[in-house]
Design a protein around this ligand. Sequence first.
Ligand SMILES: Cc1cc2nc3c(=O)[nH]c(=O)nc-3n(C[C@H](O)[C@H](O)[C@H](O)COP(=O)(O)OP(=O)(O)OC[C@H]3O[C@@H](n4cnc5c(N)ncnc54)[C@H](O)[C@@H]3O)c2cc1C
Length: 443
Amino acid sequence: MYDPLVDNCPGPAQPHARSYWQATTKTQLPKPSAILPERTNCIVIGAGYTGLNAALELAKRFGQKVVLIDANRIGWGCSTRNAGFAMPGTGRLGYGDWQKRLGDAGARAIQAEYQRGFDRLERHLELCPQQLQVQRGGYLKVAHQPSAVEGLRNSYQTLKEFDPNTRWLDSDAIQARIRSPQAHAAIHFPQSFGINPVLLTASIARQASEAGVTLVEDAPVQHWDKVGGLHRLHTAKGRVCAPNIIIATNGYTPNHLHPSIHGRTLPVLSSVIVTRPLHAEERQAIGLSSSELVMDTRTLKYYYRLLPDGRLLFGGRGAIRGKDAGHPRYARHLLQALRGSFPALRELTSEPADYYWSGWVSVALDDYPRVYSPEEGVYTSMGYCGAGVTFTQIAGQRLAELVMGEELPPLPFYQSPLPEFPFPHFRRVGQWAFYQLARWRSL
Ligand SMILES: Cc1cc2nc3c(=O)[nH]c(=O)nc-3n(C[C@H](O)[C@H](O)[C@H](O)COP(=O)(O)OP(=O)(O)OC[C@H]3O[C@@H](n4cnc5c(N)ncnc54)[C@H](O)[C@@H]3O)c2cc1C
């Protein structure tokens, strides 16, 4: 599998991941352009949610000529590989953390920005004939062991100030919803919902195409220089120049794409299995309803949801290096973790899962993403730390506003560059040490 810290660029012509979403979703993507224009107002690199939203906004609201290129197919990265949890947040900091840093007003401003992400997501949902196959049941953050209950309860005390709709579920209440030895209490966030990520990608791509965006596939940027004051990108499909370039490559960003962003995120593999459809008795045994999204309180979290056709999707962190991503031991590890959550699914977890795939998420050193301009005419948004389904919708809009010289809201996401990792060459060593510690702590 492509590895951003090892390989020059992803693609061209890499097929989509063999995911449940790709195998089962029928949708219409806009026809890409066969020709790469030589010059335009703005080039967006990366056709995931970030790049698609930025391109849509630039073309539709600001009337810009936009060329959106991807190394492979539209949505080839995380945007078609994720678990489809639409949640209020991004990065790894909760409202409690933001309240400590910024006070009540600052944390409320962040909450309002997350809401704008939800609002855009709802618009993309309305414009999708299958309504993104939405499952509205909220999200449960579950204490996976008794010692995690107190910390979770403290988070709830802060949270309910911001969102009075959140609910605390004690041990009996959570066991009535999920029959698992790893569910001791939970916070319920009713606003969250599950979506089909391929349908979301297609919905935004169709809108971008209708707004006049030129979409070019199989055009990995292999080299970047400047000519006559313009940025010039050398791709597998030829060269293209523009005064403005948006880097929307997130976890797939090759190490040397542009010096201004080098070493500022850590690409981390997230992996998912999808089982066969559960039998009625299996569903009854685990209690999980078909509409709830679940994530636990581990440092290296596990998350799961029942899909519309009764299969169970279960995800967590994967391998460290791209070349190990497809190794069966990582799928087996997820199956074992699933069995730990639901011992009643012994038979199901003794068979290989029907689907297993991985994708690169980008982790920021200080746990939250940034939308900023690292150099004149260059703009980027990355570092969502694996929580980008909702936030990328608004991040794309903010990127477009930044390109057009508009002032962004005074929120931490928009005030500073991504900090550089110390000793970036040793990011993976640090990651390995962090994984060992987190696993030992969660035992
Ligand atoms: C298994 C998994 C589960 C996840 N589950 C969730 C979830 O439930 N909820 C949630 O909020 N988030 C989840 N995420 C994270 C979420 O999917 C991402 O935050 C989001 O999709 C990021 O979108 P993006 O557009 O920024 O990047 P991506 O969708 O990754 O797009 C980046 C694109 O850049 C392109 N690219 C890279 N380099 C080049 C180059 N040199 N030239 C041209 N193109 C290039 C790539 O081909 C790729 O298509 C999950 C991620 C994974 C992997």
